[in-house]
Design a protein around this ligand. Structure first.
Ligand code: ZN
Length: 503
């Protein structure tokens, strides 16, 4: 290890420490902070964010990076120091390309825009949000031009910050192969005339039992409560704060089983990834961080959907569910329960969508965002474009802006280029899961016995322990021997359509 590398590593560990302080403040804000502390907290958070940013873009970091690169052999490309230097270089170059006044303007605009969006959504008025959308799209186009893009598509400069190395051309090919077959499968499901007994999910599930039941499920899957916890917040999330501290949240509704339970399985998937990263030894290094948002999402979707909605999982869990909720589930046949939690139908809201139609929601956003960033669609035309696309993809007329283009917080927060990582997560999850089945044998028999450790160990070995050593495309190739492939997800969804809808 060169002297410059050692200095760089210790400097950037301090940046990670500062960022972890911000995570604690953010977690506190969304779980237990008194409302009147909002002003104080905003000041604390912006102070800490500024501190971390200044330390990171310090010219000394650039000098140490250049020295360390000169002193470190290029091979092996995936060696510890090589991978860390590659990722530090990427993050540093991106950060220093953005002028300080631009960053400040973006932070200020998006924090005001989020409030405006919340109000516009409440009133279901796209016109109210439009001035903010115009500002944000203009800022994000500027960001793309500062960062630069070799592909000719400015959207790629934005996508790259969430999914390093991914391009819109590649995603476009994968998504269009997927879309035609999803639409066709959805058509057959709707035409089958079978309807899942979703009313079962709206029976009374007392909150205290839900909390115990969800906690027991997280523990069974392998979440380490000595290094983490579950709290309540309005919007569920998971925060990998630092070594020994991974926290997640959920929300409970007495008459809505899915929200809390599948929310906890989802966040547990994120949390198991965070707990599996080698943070104890490497905190502050890219080798202790997730590959990308898409890979992070693959872990949550894998546990939530591939495991948590499977018949085998419920062979283990259903008797426990009946014991926890005797009044709601005492008279329910396991098969009806499984059908209810595997319901597929076209609907307006992305976050409530099923495993199949979810991907169509993402594709609509992916196309619209690209058109916005390229300037092919003007912000004022977004609502109309949205409704047209929705009609052609889902066959439904959008009844209001709140149920249409105003439903998600992302654009108001400046998160353009983020949506595709959700669908990538579904694709990676299915592809990893097929491989795990091949490598581990009868996973269903294991799940039915409540044995999840073999799958978790497999994920630890194949994905978690590597941190950011490999880019997502390299990782999927290494693990499955193939590039990203929509077939495993299509097989999974087709198998379910056959089992539940007979098509
Ligand atoms: Zn997630």
């Amino acid at each position: 290890m060169s002297n410059a590398y050692a200095k760089l590593k210790s400097h950037l560990r301090q940046v990670a420490v500062v960022e972890s302080i911000a995570s604690v403040l953010g977690y506190d804000e969304r779980t237990v902070m008194p409302t009147n502390a909002a002003g104080t907290r905003a000041e604390q958070l912006s102070f800490i964010a500024e501190l971390a940013h200044q330390r990171f873009i310090d010219p000394r970091v650039g000098e140490l990076l250049a020295e360390a690169e000169a002193q470190t052999p290029r091979e092996p490309a995936d060696g510890d120091e090589q991978a860390n230097l590659r990722e530090w270089r990427r993050a540093y170059d991106r950060a220093v390309k953005l002028p300080a006044d631009f960053v400040a303007e973006l932070v200020k605009t998006t924090s005001l825009a989020e409030h405006a969006w919340a109000e516009a959504r409440k009133q279901s008025s796209f016109a109210m949000f439009l001035p903010w959308l115009e500002k944000i799209v203009a800022l994000k186009r500027r960001e793309a031009s500062y960062v630069g893009y070799a592909t000719g598509n400015p959207y790629d400069a934005l996508l790259d910050s969430y999914e390093p190395g991914e391009t819109s051309a590649h995603l476009g090919r994968v998504f269009s192969a997927l879309r035609a077959r999803l639409v066709e499968l959805l058509g057959r499901i709707v035409a089958s005339g079978r309807k899942a007994p979703v009313e079962l999910l709206g029976r009374c599930f007392p909150v205290s039992q839900q909390a115990q039941f969800a906690r027991a499920a997280a523990e069974a899957l392998g979440f380490d409560f000595a290094s983490g916890r579950i709290d309540v917040s309005v919007h569920p999330f998971c925060s990998g704060i630092g070594p020994g501290d991974t926290r997640m949240t959920t929300r409970y509704h007495e008459r809505h089983f899915n929200d809390a339970f599948f929310g906890v399985l989802h966040e547990t998937g994120h949390a198991l990834y965070e707990q599996g990263l080698p943070k104890d030894e490497r905190f502050g290094e890219p080798l202790a961080e997730a590959v990308s948002l898409g890979i992070h999402e693959s872990q949550s979707r894998l546990w939530e959907n591939l495991v948590g909605r499977s018949a085998a999982f419920w062979r283990f869990m259903f008797p426990k569910a009946v014991a926890a909720f005797p009044e709601a589930l005492g008279d329910v046949a396991p098969r009806d329960w499984l059908f209810a939690i595997n319901d597929v139908r076209p609907s307006f809201i992305r976050v409530e969508a099923d495993e199949l139609t979810y991907n169509l929601h993402i594709m609509l956003r992916f196309e619209l965002e690209q058109a916005l960033v390229r300037g092919d669609v003007a912000p004022r035309d977004v609502a109309g474009e949205w409704n047209n696309c929705f009609k052609s993809h889902f066959g439904l007329d959008v009844p209001s802006d709140a149920q249409g283009c105003l439903q998600d917080v992302h654009w108001s927060a400046g998160l353009i280029g983020y949506f595709p990582t959700y669908a990538l997560g579904n694709l990676y999850a299915a592809q990893f899961f097929e491989q795990a089945r091949q490598d581990l044998g009868d996973l269903d028999a294991m799940f039915a016995r409540g044995e999840f450790a073999p799958l978790l160990s497999w994920l630890r070995e194949k994905v978690h322990q590597h941190g950011r050593r490999y880019r997502a495309a390299d990782l999927v190739q290494r693990i499955t021997g193939r590039p990203l492939d929509p077939e495993p997800l299509l097989r999974h969804l087709s198998d379910k359509a056959r089992a539940y809808y007979g098509v």
